[in-house]
Design a protein around this ligand. Structure first.
Ligand SMILES: Cc1ncc(COP(=O)(O)O)c(C=O)c1O
Length: 430
């Protein structure tokens, strides 16, 4: 790392609270600019950004139409609490076109954790008496506020806080807690979630990531969501999809739920909504979000919830996604990425599994394929080596995630995977 970055890191370290993400702490890069899929650091080094910010910049950094919409809005109006603005109605109409028909009512927020909290408030205020527990899945991640943390049963940032939640098996085939194999397992994990839900009349909702993102892009096998959602329906348990990471097209459908055949009652979306501008949407069934218990005056309002700048950024982002048929591109590019990662998997034993859907893929690093012992030290080394070679990914524990912008072309996609391959090669050879 050259001079300017090092100097700046030393300066800010005098004041910066510790607790940065593994990504930022390991990278030690000061990013100065982003254009499309390319980031430039303070010393002029460039990186292909296969993390798209933090799964946020679906259209790439600094997309001109989003920038123009933000500038226009910045010159006119910034914040009028949650008062209607001319753009809000148009934004809602756009959302209604992109989302399944039954999700026709919306409330706006700023962050992922905030929208998950809002969903929990709707669930708790409308639940039948006695239904005082909320179901979640092992390995799920939903944010760091107290309500969201109640659903997160692993230590991310802070110690887990189980609160009033109950836990079901996630469809994590590579590390099956039941030590079974798909398909001979007959998706036993789903059968156990079903049994749990059926035997506990106190569960009001299941909050779930349809594809578990932070845990390493865990894509459920066919049969899992069919069984679990049928169980929820039969037992009066609401389906609350946390699509903070997947909503907006990343998996090759506007919602990952659609891809997996789940029909959620409420959906939380954020990262892919406004190309990196803080923004989140709670979408839901009209009867739920309109219910008097869920919507007393002020229920969906907060200082920045649905501020005009966020709406402008989200509207511009989703208009481009719709107009340029980018979700079709996600599927095409996603298949190409999947094929290339499968080739990497065949080359390197340290890759226990590669998996993904659309433009969201995870690489799981292991000490050896027999024991499947997680190898965070290898994942970290690959992450930092890839940065040195000009590729930014997302790292957490022994997992590297790839989530490039939807606007990438084939040549850049191939180039990113080539760099990643070189990084693994170097780490393995070291
Ligand atoms: C699925 C999911 N839910 C919720 C969150 C929390 O979002 P935020 O960091 O904006 O609070 C995240 C963040 O990564 C997430 O991936």
């Amino acid at each position: 790392m050259a001079g300017h970055q090092r100097e700046l890191l030393v300066r800010e370290a005098r004041h910066l609270a510790p607790g940065a993400s593994e990504e930022a702490a390991l990278a030690k890069r000061v990013f100065a600019e982003g254009r499309g899929a390319v980031l430039t650091d303070l010393d002029g080094n460039q990186y292909l950004d296969f993390a798209a910010g933090t799964l946020t910049q679906s259209l790439g950094h600094g997309h001109p139409e989003v920038v123009a919409a933000l500038i226009r809005q910045a010159e006119r109006l910034w914040n009028v609490h949650d008062s209607p603005t001319p753009e809000r109605a148009a934004f809602f109409e756009l959302l209604a076109r992109l989302l399944p028909e039954r999700l026709d009512t919306y409330a706006l927020f700023s962050t992922g954790a905030e929208v998950v909290e809002a969903a929990l408030r709707v669930v708790q205020s409308t639940a039948e008496p006695g239904r005082n527990r909320i179901g979640a899945l092992r390995h799920g991640f939903h944010g760091k506020t107290m309500g969201a943390r109640m659903l997160v049963h692993w230590d991310v940032g802070h110690q887990a806080f189980a609160g009033n939640s109950v836990l079901g098996y996630a469809p994590y085939c590579y590390r099956c807690p039941l030590e079974l194999e798909y398909p001979t397992c007959d998706v036993r994990c789903a059968a156990l979630v079903d049994r749990h839900i059926a035997s506990k009349p106190n569960v009001s909702a299941l909050v779930f990531e349809p594809v578990l993102g932070a845990a390493g892009v865990v894509v459920p096998p066919p049969g899992y969501w069919e069984r679990v959602s049928e169980s929820c329906r039969d037992n009066g348990v609401l389906l609350v999809a946390d699509e903070v990471a997947t909503g907006g097209g990343r998996t090759g459908a506007f919602l990952a739920s659609e891809l997996l055949g789940v029909e959620p009652d409420l959906v939380a979306m954020s990262k892919g909504m406004a190309n990196g501008f803080p923004f989140a949407v709670l979408a839901g069934r009209r009867d739920l979000l309109h219910s008097p218990a869920a919507a007393p005056p002020g229920a969906y309002a907060s200082t920045y919830a649905g501020n005009p700048l966020g709406i402008a950024a989200a509207r511009a982002t989703l208009e481009v996604v719709e107009r340029d048929r980018l979700i079709d591109r996600v599927r095409v590019l996603g298949d190409r990425l999947g094929e290339q990662l499968a080739a990497l998997h065949a080359r390197f034993d340290v890759l226990g599994e590669v998996r993904g859907v659309g433009l969201l893929h995870g690489l799981e690093f292991v000490r050896d394929r027999a024991t499947r012992a997680p190898a965070p030290e290898i994942a970290r080394a690959v992450y930092t080596t890839a940065l040195e070679l000009g590729l930014r990914t997302s790292v957490g524990g022994h997992i590297i995630r790839l989530a490039p912008p939807f606007t990438l072309d084939e040549a850049l996609l191939d180039e990113g995977v080539r760099i990643l391959g070189r990084a693994v090669e170097r780490v393995v050879a070291a």
